[in-house]
Design a protein around this ligand. Structure first.
Ligand code: GUN
Ligand code: ZN
Length: 434
């Protein structure tokens, strides 16, 4: 047997499409006693342990029973330079940005600091069961370089880019339309498509870019149509008013991005809390993704994301942590607070739908569901082991849980990094619980 073969046993769960309801068990595969065979970073076989191919029977394997094995979580909106901004005492978005975030991000001009933080950032992701993220860097090219280099050494699938911002920020944190374009281009040339890495075109948000920079971002998007675009949209009322004043010709906030060619099926639009019917229609028509960031939206008092309205309008969606406006690195906590946000609006967030979103759904949102977010044979072997009895409170509650949906809902409501027993990246153990 190849030395690079890894076999794991446990309770497998992975989704094929968005579940339509609580009874939609055709949307996923669940194997009560299942096995995965991984070789050279990929899953080569997944199924019932009893059907394990003869060549592997009796081989060494990691036995994770009775725990669940799921595809690794995908976090499609997180800020690399904000690990030390989390839990900063601010009222709302613009105060939080100006008081803490735009100060902290200046540290990432230093490549040594950025490299040290990139190491810790990846440790944090994996400890929380996140095996892929799409991350904003700081304005400095060095920040994106540091994170991409760190991800490369760990064989992680990861997307990042340096943010472009040429106004309404401290001078030490601004680029220009030209340097933002040049630096992004250099990152793309060096990293995009190398191994498991990609570069995202990252105009921070309309408030911190001039028309010239928005145009430069649009040029990058046209020249590199396979690159993701990440930005922020309609998060906070003060922000929306300021954007309207800066772009008086635009119909609304969404139109600012659309005018500059930044609203496409590659666009990840963080927040999307206060969209009009017209904006929802444009998002749906262009295929742009609305990224739900519940812990951040609650912490910064930004508002309640209306998942059912947005999804009902035909818009693609994702769910994310938004560290450091967000208060937890755990996608489980995002699902928990997402549930509460929906409940406040008279809806619920069924665990099948929630776990689909955090795995395959988010992979679909970033165009990678053929590679990650699933346990299908042939895909990349990024998966996590989840323990629904990880804390005393979870164990107590689990004594009365009878169904898979109940177990998932315990993980969704009470889980965090303590529920992550192990994370595997490209078929190898990348994190184990202490
Ligand atoms: N809008 C522009 N920048 C940011 C940021 O860093 N975090 C959040 N939550 N919103 C933003
Ligand atoms: Zn953000």
């Amino acid at each position: 047997m190849s030395e690079d073969t890894m076999i794991v046993r446990g309770r497998l769960l992975w989704f094929h499409r968005e579940p339509l309801g609580a009874d939609d068990e055709a949307a996923f595969t669940y194997a009560d006693d299942g096995g995965l065979v991984c070789r050279d970073g990929r899953i080569v076989w997944a199924g019932d342990w009893a059907d394990l191919p003869a060549a592997h029977r009796g081989a060494d394997h990691a036995d994770h029973r009775p725990h669940l094995i799921l595809p690794g979580f995908v976090d499609p909106h997180i800020h690399f330079p904000q690990g030390q901004v989390v839990a900063s005492y601010a009222g709302s978005l613009l105060e939080w940005l100006n008081t803490y975030t735009f100060i902290e991000e200046q540290k990432y001009a230093d490549p040594h600091f950025a490299a040290a933080m990139a190491h810790r950032f990846c440790d944090m992701l994996l400890a929380h069961g996140t095996t892929t993220c799409v991350a904003f860097g700081s304005v400095h090219k060095a920040s994106a370089n540091a994170l991409l280099a760190e991800a490369a050494t760990r064989h992680m699938r990861l997307v990042t880019g340096k943010v472009m911002m040429d106004r309404n920020a401290p001078e030490a944190l601004t680029d220009t339309a030209q340097s933002g374009y040049d630096d992004t281009k250099a990152l793309i040339d060096q990293w995009h498509g190398q191994g498991r890495l990609e570069v995202a075109i990252s105009p921070r948000f309309a408030l911190t870019s001039t028309d010239a920079q928005m145009e430069a971002s649009g040029a990058l998007a046209r020249e590199h149509p396979d690159c993701l675009i990440q930005t922020h949209l309609s998060e906070n009322h003060g922000e929306i008013e300021a954007v309207a004043a800066l772009f008086p010709d635009a119909l609304d906030y969404t139109d600012v991005y659309e005018r500059f060619g930044l609203l496409t099926q590659k666009s990840l639009m963080g927040h999307c809390i206060h969209l009009s019917a017209r904006e929802i229609e444009r998002m749906a028509d262009t295929g742009a993704v609305a990224v739900f960031c519940p812990t951040s939206n609650l912490f910064l008092g930004s508002g309640l994301f209306d998942l059912d309205r947005i999804r009902g309008g035909g818009v693609r969606t994702a769910i994310a942590t938004d560290i450091g406006g967000g208060t937890s690195w755990s996608l489980l906590k995002a699902l928990d607070e997402g549930y509460k946000v929906l409940n406040l609006q008279g809806h619920r967030y069924h665990p099948f739908r929630a776990f689909w979103q955090a795995t395959r759904g988010n992979a679909e949102a970033i165009g990678m569901a053929d590679r990650i977010g699933t346990l299908d044979a042939g895909t990349e072997a990024d998966f996590i082991v989840l323990d629904a009895t990880a804390t005393d409170a979870m164990a107590l509650r689990m004594e009365t849980a009878e169904t898979l949906a109940e177990e998932l809902f315990v993980l969704q409501t009470l889980g965090d990094d303590r529920a992550v027993r192990a994370s595997y990246v490209a078929g190898r153990v990348a994190h184990t619980a202490r």
